[in-house]
Design a protein around this ligand. Structure first.
Ligand SMILES: [Zn+2]
Length: 840
């Protein structure tokens, strides 16, 4: 026991976080007989529907579940963005890393409810108040082009939007998603529009487009609208083949949105959704009225149709392999049809999967490690097992990326596992794994993707796959599957993790921002990690002119793969105030190579496959003109933020405070800062509130960062009805333009003058937004400090409110210090320093 604990601790300290993922992503999926019969019935449905919205979680999961599993349609969800701009309820990732998490959460949801998942290139740049702003930020031409591309590629008969194309949608991204879908619906069939796409796809005209009536935040948000052209769909049905209702499946899939805290209960019973026609031919009764959803739309398919009916009629739930002969015949009959036809292609894949499921055929290839470096030799294990008595021959195994091709002629005995081990060499020029939309520097509006064919894909096509050739009923089948690393966790059991290619050596800087509040030098620790065995060379830090680093370079020699060594440099700040960039440069000896280093970033949560990223090994350097009078800070953490580390950078000693500390003497703290959404997430604060306010009354300084007001369908309520010493109400007001003018309501206020004189300049360089969840009404004891607003809006004064209480000071702020401090924004540090110092 002790030993294991020790090993686990050791493991955690070495950067790699335990990867916990139990569902089989990318694995050949076995299926119970009910699901196989469901798949056979789906072969008979020849139609496609595309659902369009803006973010991960926008989709109506239950409607998607119904379309994919009751109507058995080829169903897709196009989320314009990956949700990069949202908040993270389960960890400290921000920006594109949240986008990576949300992408995987959507894929996890789709593995449960069935549809395909797509994304455009749009970056979720944060809350947006209008369609115009959203479309301008993304670029009208490009983003509309992406939606047109998806329509031409997926060829839906019907498009369904989640939102109305106007302000009722509640978010500029939402209204824009509907506006773009409606515009794309009009032009996707016009070959003069986006003609460059026609190299890959053909024009396509969907039959009609609906709005899946829903007004976010409204009472009875999906109530039947009083307009002509509305039809209703009953999505609450129970599927006996799956043993669940669509409301139950939808709840499981929606609860994958864990980073947004979207666990939901299963719904049972009747549930009606309304669809309002927004374009195309009217549909009097059903969304697919007038669309032929049968094989009749594929010329010459009468034989295929007849074979599928035969397969359904004769299906034996206790012996699915009895369906193999008719499925093989179906496969052969499909090969006689126009193989360029969308449905011929799609149904061939479905038939392949059904054959595999009917036989219970299992195959996988597992490398000995989750990562390898270019040029590295690794061992891979392939195993194949036929779990029925149906005769199957293994004809060969091909691993195209490592040029391995083994032909054989092996009859697979029932339930007899056949295993092959081989040593393979990763090509020396193999690119390092990186999500395709993050390969180039991230723009605020649109991700840069050079390969048009990748646009729309949720993630990269797997670089390493194995193609297994089988002979079944005299027909050759080639089933391809990505490699994945497999391990066993003593608690969580078997875990799969995507196989990735990593650099020969990685350099992780201890911080992403180094803030210098004076001329004192700082240590910059770097953890070097070997991506393969025997890697040696030197590490340097490149700093801007005026800055100095010691020593000039540090040699390293890492013998073992994954071995780590911590080295330390000393950085002397520039004498002038300003910002610059520090970059790690690595030179390796064999092969001889010098270049900017990559770091290792692991995003590991139990509900998604572990994601491994290699962002540039660099940090921001900031020399600040700042005075801080408070040093001893107590910090009450909420949903997770990086403010404590930022405060340490400017010389504060930060002590985390929890429920048990409330009985200690709080007066030792110069200020107590409450982390973002702590009053939403921490039950104990309810009872601690009198103690905290007593601390303020006796002379303490307390700062509460934003909370969400609760009461909406997505957010937790507050744990206390009185956040401050006097009443105030938190609302949903925000200023989303990060360069919005900040007017000083009372320029003489101490918060704006001591110890740092705050000026307009201090609001330069803010990222993403000014603030969220402002105070909306407050007792007259509070003074508002700033007035600000987005373009064409009324002023809002609740971004920072302050009051004296007894001998102490209390502040509530919606200003997004949790974003600005970790981003190294000088003015945010200076203002926050004034806030914690106000009692001194
Ligand atoms: Zn949304």
């Amino acid at each position: 026991m002790t030993n294991r604990l020790f090993l686990r601790n050791l493991f955690h300290t070495t950067l790699a976080i335990t990867a916990l993922f139990q569902l089989s992503f990318g694995q050949s999926k076995p299926a119970a007989s009910g699901a196989i019969l469901q798949g056979l019935k789906k072969l008979n449905v020849v139609g496609t529907v595309l659902y369009v919205a803006a973010h991960p979680d926008d989709e109506n999961t239950q409607l998607l579940t119904y379309l994919a599993n009751e109507r058995l349609l080829r169903t897709g969800y196009l989320a314009l963005t990956r949700g990069d701009g949202g908040q993270n309820l389960i960890g400290s990732e921000q920006g594109e890393y949240i986008g990576v998490i949300r992408t995987q959460e959507l894929l996890a949801a789709r593995r449960i409810d069935g549809p395909d998942q797509f994304f455009s290139r749009a970056n979720d740049f944060g809350f947006s108040k209008s369609t115009d702003e959203a479309v301008r930020m993304w670029g009208q031409e490009q983003i509309l082009g992406d939606v047109v591309w998806m329509i031409r590629k997926y060829r839906p008969d019907v498009i369904i939007t989640r939102f109305p194309p106007d302000s009722r949608a509640g978010h500029g991204h939402h209204s824009a998603s509907a506006y773009l879908a409606e515009e794309a619906f009009k032009i996707a069939n016009d070959p003069t529009k986006y003609p460059e796409q026609l190299k890959w796809v053909k024009p396509w005209q969907p039959k009609r487009i609906f709005w899946n009536v829903f007004i976010p935040g409204a009472f009875m948000s999906n109530k039947k609208p009083d307009e002509p052209g509305v039809i209703s769909v009953e999505t609450g049905l129970y599927n006996p083949l799956l043993g669940k209702s669509y409301g139950e499946i939808a709840a499981e899939s929606r609860s994958q949105h864990k980073s947004q805290g979207f666990g939901v209960p299963a719904s049972r019973g009747v549930k009606i959704d309304y669809l309002l026609l927004k374009g195309g031919e009217p549909a009097p009764k059903d969304p697919f009225d007038g669309v032929d959803l049968s094989w009749k739309r594929v010329p010459g398919s009468a034989k295929v149709q007849q074979l599928i009916n035969q397969a359904i009629t004769n299906f034996k739930s206790d012996k699915p392999s009895a369906s193999v002969p008719v499925l093989v015949q179906t496969y052969k009959a499909l090969a006689q049809l126009d193989t360029a036809n969308l449905y011929v292609k799609a149904k061939r894949q479905e038939v392949e999967k059904l054959i595999q499921q009917c036989i219970g055929l299992w195959y996988e290839t597992n490398p000995a490690d989750f990562a390898a470096s270019p040029g590295e030799q690794i061992r891979v294990a392939s195993s194949i097992v036929n779990r029925s008595d149906y005769p199957v021959k293994l004809l060969g195994i091909q691993m195209p990326a490592v040029k391995k091709d083994t032909a054989m002629n092996l009859a697979l005995k029932p339930n007899d596992v056949v295993a092959f081990n081989s040593a393979v060499t990763i090509p020396a020029n193999q690119p390092i794994s990186q999500p395709y939309w993050l390969e180039k520097p991230v723009n605020k509006g649109l991700f840069q993707v050079s390969n048009q064919a990748l646009i729309g894909s949720p993630e990269n096509p797997p670089a390493f796959t194995t193609a297994y050739s089988f002979e079944i009923d005299g027909q050759r089948f080639v089933f391809t599957q990505p490699w994945s690393y497999k391990s066993t966790d003593p608690v969580d059991g078997e875990i799969y993790r995507p196989f990735i290619i990593q650099p020969a050596v990685m350099a992780n800087l201890a911080e992403k921002v180094y803030v210098f509040a004076d001329d004192t030098p700082k240590n910059v620790d770097v953890v070097l990690r070997a991506g393969r065995t025997s890697v040696s060379g030197t590490l340097k830090l490149e700093v801007p002119s005026g800055w100095r680093v010691e020593p000039e370079q540090i040699p390293f020699n890492l013998k073992e793969k994954s071995q780590e060594v911590r080295v330390s440099f000393r950085i002397y700040p520039s004498t002038t105030y300003g910002e610059g960039r520090l970059r790690a440069v690595v030179s390796t000896t064999s092969p001889e190579k010098t270049g900017y280093a990559s770091s290792l970033r692991v995003v590991a949560y139990k509900h998604i496959p572990t994601q491994t990223l290699f962002p540039a090994a660099e940090a921001k350097l900031v020399k600040l003109d700042i005075k801080v009078k408070s040093k001893n800070i107590g910090y009450i953490a909420g949903a997770g933020d990086e403010v404590p580390a930022a405060l340490q950078q400017i010389g504060c000693v930060v002590t985390p405070l929890t429920a048990r500390d409330m009985n200690s003497n709080l007066s030792v703290y110069d200020a107590i800062v409450v982390g973002v959404r702590a009053y939403n997430t921490e039950d104990w604060l309810r009872n601690a509130q009198p103690k905290l306010l007593d601390y303020v009354e006796k002379g303490g300084t307390m700062i509460v960062q934003y909370v969400t007001p609760g009461g909406s369908f997505i957010q937790n309520g507050l744990k206390t009805s009185q956040l401050g010493p006097y009443p105030f109400v938190v609302g949903r007001e925000r200023v989303t333009e990060e360069d919005a003018t900040m007017t000083f309501i009372n320029p003489q206020h101490p918060l704006l003058n001591t110890p740092n004189k705050i000026t307009e300049q201090d609001f330069n360089g803010w990222v993403q937004e000014r603030g969220i969840y402002f105070a909306q009404e407050w007792d007259k004891a509070y003074e508002p400090i700033f007035s600000a607003h987005d373009v064409n809006e009324a002023s809002k004064d609740g971004s920072l409110i302050y009051c004296k209480y007894g001998k102490g000071h209390y502040m509530y702020t919606g200003l997004v210090f949790f974003r600005e401090l970790p981003a190294g924004v000088p003015g945010a540090y200076r203002l926050f320093a004034n806030m914690i110092s106000v009692g001194k």
